[in-house]
Design a protein around this ligand. Structure first.
Ligand SMILES: Cc1cc2nc3c(=O)[nH]c(=O)nc-3n(C[C@H](O)[C@H](O)[C@H](O)COP(=O)(O)OP(=O)(O)OC[C@H]3O[C@@H](n4cnc5c(N)ncnc54)[C@H](O)[C@@H]3O)c2cc1C
Length: 416
C-alpha cells in the first residue's frame, strides 16, 4: 500500500483498524544473491538501492536484534555536507542531495528538516580554518556562508557571546544541513526494500562466515546457514567483531558515544548549533526536546551505555555555550557503539576474501552518510567497481598512507 493523504483518510474512516505491518517478518531462505549483515541504516539502504537501482532483489538483510536497535536509532539526527577534504565533500554532498529527495523516493515521512547547521568559531585562527573549509565547499558547489557575530546574534540570541573564555566571533552556516528523524529512516528504508522483495530477517545473529577456497560462500547464523553469492558487512560498531569471523583485522576501534534529550521546551534553537571551543552540538526536536551530544567516552567498549564523567563533560560544554541549559531538565540519555577508524573516515571496499565486501568506520558521520553509503555500497556489490564519490574510502589507504584525516588528528580513533 502506498502512503498518501488518501490512504490516511481511508484508514481513518475505517477506524485505523486495517493498518498492516510496514514490512514482512521474513524467515531465512536457503540462499540469496546478496546477504547484507547488519540491519542498520547502511545495510537497509544498501539492500534498497540494490533492488531499486540494480534490479537485484534476491537479497537478505540479516540483523541480530531488531530494525533500529543500533546506531541508526540512537544518533542525534544531524545531516550536513560541510566537510573540507576533497575525498569527503563530494560523498557527503551526494548524500545530502539524496536526503533531499528521499521521502518521495521511499514514500515515507522521515521528517527531513533542512533547518541549517551553524558551526561557531571563537578565535581568529579558527575563523581562518572555517573560511578555508567554506571556500573548499563552495569550490565543490556546496552552500556555505560565513556569519559575523551580529548575524549569529540575530539567529541565536540566547548564546553566551561575551563569555570571557570563549567569546563567539562568528560561525560557518550551511543552510541545507539539518536533521532527519533517525528511526523513521530505518523504518522507511526497511519498508521500501521489503516492497521490492528484499527479506528483512530480524533476531538472526551472524556467528560465522563460511569461506571456501578464499571466497565467502555464506553466513552461519542463529537461524541456520544461509548461502550467499556475495556478502556485504554493514555492522557499524560491531564491524571488527564480524570481520574477524572471516579472519580480517580492521583499522577500527569501537567506542561509546552518548546522546541526551531534555524535557520539551517552546521553540528556541532554530538550527543545529555546534560549539567551537569544546565538543558540544545541539538541535531541538519537533516535539520541543533539546537533542545534544559531545565527545565519545574515550575507551573501547561494546556496551550501548555511557558513563557519568562524559555526561558532565558534555553538559559543561553546553552550559558554557548557552547558560540557560543549566535550568533545563534532562529526560533521557543512551549510548551507541561507534566504529571509529584510524583517520576518522569510512571504508567502502572489497576485502582480501573474495565476494566479501565491507562498509564500516563511520565514526560520527554515519547517519548523514546513510543514503550515499547505501548507494555506493550497492554499486560496489552489484557492479564490482568503486563508485566515484566513494573513491577515497579504500581499505588499503591506511597501508598506502593516503588517509582522509578531516580533523588532522593522526591515527587516534578516539580523537576523530
Ligand atoms: C549517540 C550517537 C550520536 C550520533 N549522532 C550522529 C549524527 O548526529 N549525525 C551522523 O551523521 N551520525 C551520527 N552518529 C553516527 C551514526 O549513527 C552511525 O555512524 C551510523 O548509524 C552507523 O551505521 P548504521 O546505521 O548502519 O549502524 P547500526 O544501526 O548500528 O547498524 C548496524 C547493525 O548491525 C547489527 N549487527 C552487528 N553485529 C551483527 C551480527 N553478528 N549479526 C547480525 N547483525 C549484526 C547491529 O545489531 C546493528 O543493528 C551518532 C552515533 C551515536 C551512537
Amino acid at each position: 500500500m502506498r502512503y498518501s493523504i488518501f490512504s490516511l483518510l481511508a484508514h481513518a474512516a475505517a477506524g485505523n483498524r486495517r493498518w498492516t505491518p510496514a514490512w514482512r517478518d521474513a524467515a531465512p531462505k536457503p540462499g540469496y544473491d546478496v546477504v547484507i549483515v547488519g540491519g542498520g541504516g547502511h545495510g537497509l539502504a544498501t539492500a534498497y538501492y540494490l533492488a531499486r537501482v540494480h534490479g537485484i532483489r534476491n537479497v537478505a538483510v540479516v540483523e541480530k536484534g531488531w530494525i533500529g536497535s543500533g546506531n541508526v536509532g540512537r544518533n542525534t539526527t544531524i545531516i550536513r555536507s560541510n566537510y573540507g577534504l576533497p575525498g569527503n565533500i563530494p560523498f557527503y554532498e551526494f548524500s545530502l542531495k539524496l536526503w533531499e529527495g528521499l521521502e518521495q523516493d521511499i514514500n515515507y515521512n522521515a521528517m527531513v528538516s533542512q533547518r541549517g547547521v551553524l558551526n561557531l568559531f571563537h578565535t581568529d585562527a579558527q575563523r581562518d580554518s572555517f573560511v578555508r573549509r567554506g571556500n573548499a565547499m563552495r569550490l565543490h558547489d556546496v552552500d556555505a556562508e560565513l556569519l559575523d557575530v551580529a548575524a549569529v546574534r540575530r539567529l541565536a540570541p540566547f548564546l553566551d557571546f561575551d563569555n570571557a573564555r570563549f567569546p563567539i566571533r562568528g560561525g560557518l552556516l550551511q543552510r541545507r544541513g539539518g536533521t532527519v528523524r533517525h528511526d523513521a529512516v530505518a523504518w522507511g528504508y526497511a519498508r521500501a526494500a521489503d516492497r521490492l522483495g528484499v527479506d528483512i530477517i530480524q533476531n538472526c545473529e551472524v556467528s560465522g562466515i563460511r569461506i571456501v577456497q578464499g571466497a565467502a560462500v555464506g553466513v552461519e547464523t542463529s537461524r541456520g546457514f544461509i548461502r550467499a553469492g556475495k556478502i556485504g558487512l554493514a555492522c557499524a560498531g560491531n564491524s571488527s567483531r564480524v570481520a574477524a569471523l572471516a579472519g580480517l583485522r580492521l583499522p577500527i576501534e569501537s567506542h561509546v558515544l552518548q546522546a541526551f534529550v531534555s524535557e520539551g521546551l517552546k521553540p528556541v534553537i532554530p538550527c543545529v548549533i555546534t560549539f567551537g571551543a569544546g565538543h558540544f552540538y545541539v538541535s531541538q526536536s519537533d516535539k520541543g526536546s533539546l537533542v545534544f551530544g559531545g565527545d565519545i567516552d574515550g575507551y573501547n567498549s561494546y556496551a550501548q551505555r555511557g558513563n557519568l564523567p562524559t555526561v558532565e563533560d558534555v553538559c559543561e560544554g553546553g552550559v558554557a555555550l548557552m547558560p540557560f541549559l543549566g535550568r533545563v531538565r534532562l529526560l533521557r540519555s543512551w549510548g551507541g557503539i561507534m566504529d571509529m577508524s584510524m583517520d576518522g573516515s569510512p571504508i567502502i571496499d572489497r576485502t582480501a576474501v573474495a565476494r566479501l565486501f565491507l562498509n564500516a568506520g563511520w565514526c560520527y558521520g554515519g547517519f548523514k552518510a546513510t543514503p550515499a553509503s547505501g548507494w555506493c555500497f550497492a554499486h560496489l556489490l552489484a557492479a564490482d567497481e568503486t563508485h566515484p564519490v566513494a573513491a577515497a574510502y579504500r581499505l588499503d589507504r591506511f597501508a598506502a598512507g593516503r588517509v582522509v584525516d578531516e580533523k588532522g588528528q593522526g591515527p587516534h580513533p578516539n580523537r576523530h
